[in-house]
Design a binder for this molecule. Sequence first.
Ligand SMILES: Cc1cc2nc3c(=O)[nH]c(=O)nc-3n(C[C@H](O)[C@H](O)[C@H](O)COP(=O)(O)O)c2cc1C
Length: 182
Amino acid sequence: MTILHLDASITGENSASRAISRSIVDQLKSGTYSEVIYRDLTANPLPHLTLDAFADTSVLDEFLDADAIVIGAPMYNFTLPTQLKSWIDRVLVAGKTFRYGENGPEGLAGGRRVIIALARGGIYNAGSPAASLEHLETYLRGVFNFMGIEPEFVAADGLNIGPEQREQSLKQALGETVRLAA
Ligand SMILES: Cc1cc2nc3c(=O)[nH]c(=O)nc-3n(C[C@H](O)[C@H](O)[C@H](O)COP(=O)(O)O)c2cc1C
């Protein structure tokens, strides 16, 4: 069983999303998953999509070959880093991961687990003043739902509110990863 592990944060060792995604992978490895393919989308960025790049299916094949996909996803400017968007541009492919059937869009990539480590500087819970600016979790849920996958999320929020809040939020998120091994 193979895990595809992706990171997209620019902050290296200080990154919360990287720490959480690593912890998720460690938890999965203690279960039935043995092989890990790691893609650091910041160290080795995929270029913006072009028609030629779209014809290359290596990133898509790597996604479809994985049994679980673990993604470190920081919030940048209310949404995902463009590094991660470039990856999504290569896996959301009509006829491969979704199709338009008689009843509308149908996901074709179900049967694999997707776990996403979210790291956000602020708070975007339903009812909070910034809730309408949350385009990271909602976007990623929509993208994976479109491909027939219900993603699982582990979130660290309010990371830039202050050092105490950051420590507490990160600790809570890392603690939550323990349940994912089941
Ligand atoms: C370029 C940039 C843009 C950011 N934009 C937002 C934002 O729109 N909303 C927010 O809540 N936090 C924002 N932040 C804060 C990050 O979400 C926060 O620092 C988080 O910890 C980033 O994940 P990381 O620790 O894995 O790098 C931004 C940070 C950076 C570097």
